[in-house]
Each structure stands twice: as C-alpha cells, then as structure tokens.
Design a protein around this ligand. Structure first.
Ligand code: MG
Length: 342
C-alpha cells in the first residue's frame, strides 16, 4: 500500500464567526492510499483550536508510511487502525485521514459502499442541520433565506447574545433549531435558566452547555433540563463515553475527534447500548471526510454535516442533499470522486 498526502486550506463562502473569534480558513490534508490499482481517499481537518496542523499531520503520516507499506489486501480495518493508533497518542485528525482512506479502499476492493460494512440502510438518512454563526440580525436573516430548503437549523451561541440570536431567528421562521453553546455558559444556574427559555422556542436539543471538564454541573443540568443535552467537547473517543454516560442524553460524534469511521461505529454501538442519542457532526471539511461520516448517518438520530456547503473550494463530489435530507450515492467506498487535486 502506498501513501501520499497533500496540504490544502479551505476557504469559507461567508466570513464565518464562531464563539472564539472570526474564523477565516481551516487547514486540511488530503490523503491517498493506493493498492491493487485502486485509490482510497482520506482527509484530516485541523481547526486551529484543536492543536493539529499541516506539520503535525505530515509528521504523523510519515511515521505511518512503513507500517502502511506492509499492508495488503485483504486487510481488517480494525487491526490496521489499532496499529496506527498505537504509533503515538493524540493526532486524531491524522489518524482519521488514514481510517477514511482505508475504508474507501476497502469498499472499492470489495465493490460495496462503506455503509454496507456497518449495516446502515441507504434510505434511513436523517436531515442535516444548517449552521448559523453569531452575526448581526441582518446577516442572520439573509442566511436563513439562503437556507430555505433546510428543515432544521443549527445555531452556535456564546452565552452573551443568545436571546438576541434566537429572537432574530424566530422573527422569520419557526423551524426547529439545534443549539450549540460550545461551553459558553459560565454557571449551571445561567444554563438552566437559558435552557428553560429555549424550551419554549421549538429548540430540539442543547449541545455542550458547560465547560467540558465540568461533569458535576453537567449532571446537575441533566437532572433538571427539559431539553435533551448533548456532549461534544466532553466526548472525543470511545473511552470517554463511560465518563459522561450519566450526565448527557446524547453525544456528538465527529470523525476528526475519534480517529475515523471504525471508532465512530464503535461509539454508535456503545451509545445505543447505553440508550444515548447520537448526533454525527463534522469540522470544516470537504465532501471527502463528510461523505465518509454520511455513510454512518442511517445509524444516527441527527446529523450536522453541512461542512461542504459552507466552503468555496470543495475538492470532492460525494454527499448530496435533498431539501436537507442526506442523499447517499451507490459508489463503492466512501462515495466520492475528486474534483481537483493539485
Ligand atoms: Mg459542538
């Protein structure tokens, strides 16, 4: 198996504001694994606040070369990923890029879409949310108009302009809203007051209400909240689910946090056993990594996979949307074709 990789940077369609400032671009790495005349595509996305970058991913991938060179068909993704995971701690986006490329290759070799490896039914995909960042009332209204065909909105709040944001949205639409606080509420009392207010505003659930380490407040809120509470930053990998299983109603799984599709499938299994709800999300990513995540959406309750809709320079064609419902194609592997690869 031969590994090659190229750095890219994503450009957003709109300047995209988030709680910690203005985000203008995200570095990504496109990975190719070649074997038997087939190419498997993978992607690492590295939002700056998570600590990986082009350099760390390149170093990790270089480190993986000698191991991957020894892998030939037929291989077990689980076994390869165990060895990759043991090369170094962390590096979850770099590991995810290898996992995605392995899945793509495996699917192409066996001529099956990856969803079939996990018994996910093509027609059972959820609707994706469409994300709105914190912005002026005018910009929010324009964005809601642009997102007219989407059935569910996702709004990122910051603990400061929360009511203003929700009121602006509600002045134009009554669509259900998924709310992401990104750890923005400072106290559990502030959080419960806001959650009760949001409960009257057709909000579906609240994501990461409190700082990720504050399990005590998360438990306190869980006991009182009229809305389902989802963990995002509090749950990175499979092993983390055990720690938060009694503090949240659901978890947000992202390939870049959990090292890819294989571990995501294990997290889905574990969450189901524990009767936790499942949201599958993404970072700023191209249709490569998002189409990989989309293969697992029939096994999840909600999806937040609008990443490719928010960027200008998508490098792949893959996941589709029909009025916001995720459409999976019948291509083998993760279901993508490259558009441009420099
Ligand atoms: Mg989140």
């Amino acid at each position: 198996m031969k590994l090659t990789f190229t750095p890219h940077t994503l450009t957003f369609i709109h300047p995209f504001k988030i709680a910690h400032g203005v985000r203008t671009s995200t570095p990504i790495m496109i990975v190719m694994l070649q074997a038997d005349g087939l190419i498997g595509y993978g992607e690492a996305s590295m939002p700056p606040y998570l600590g990986e970058n082009h350099e760390t991913v390149s170093v990790f991938l270089q480190r993986s070369v000698s191991l991957l060179e020894t892998i030939e068909f037929p291989f077990e993704i689980r076994d390869v990923m165990k060895m990759i995971d043991e090369l170094a701690p962390g590096n979850t986006a770099a590991k995810a890029s290898i996992d995605i490329a392995l899945h793509d290759l495996y699917g192409k070799y066996n001529k099956i879409p990856c969803r079939e490896m996990y018994n996910a039914q093509k027609d059972n995909t959820p609707y994706t949310t469409f994300t709105l960042g914190i912005d002026s009332a005018e910009v929010i209204r324009t964005k809601i108009k642009e997102a007219e065909t989407f059935k569910v909105l996702k709004v990122k709040l910051n603990g400061v302009e929360d009511k203003m944001m929700i009121d602006v949205i509600r002045s134009v639409t009554n669509k259900p809203i998924a709310v992401d606080i990104n750890q923005g509420w400072k106290t559990k009392e502030q959080a419960i007051e806001m959650i009760e207010w949001l409960h009257s505003k057709n909000v579906l659930f609240v994501e990461q209400a409190m700082p990720k380490e504050d399990t005590e407040s998360a438990y306190w809120l869980y006991k009182r909240s009229p809305l389902p509470l989802y963990a995002d930053e509090s749950v990175q990998r499979l092993i983390d689910i055990e720690n938060i299983k009694e503090c949240y109603h659901g978890i947000n799984i992202k390939l870049m946090k959990c090292t890819g599709m294989y571990e995501a499938s294990q997290m889905i299994k574990k969450a189901r056993e524990l009767k936790l709800k499942i949201l599958i999300g993404c970072m700023s990513e191209t249709s490569c990594a998002v189409s990989a995540a989309a293969q697992l959406t029939p096994l999840c309750d909600h999806a937040d996979l609008d990443g490719p809709l928010l960027i200008k320079n998508d490098l792949f064609k893959g996941i589709g949307f029909d009025n916001g419902k995720i459409i999976l194609n019948d291509l083998p592997g993760i279901g993508v074709n490259p558009v441009v690869i420099d």
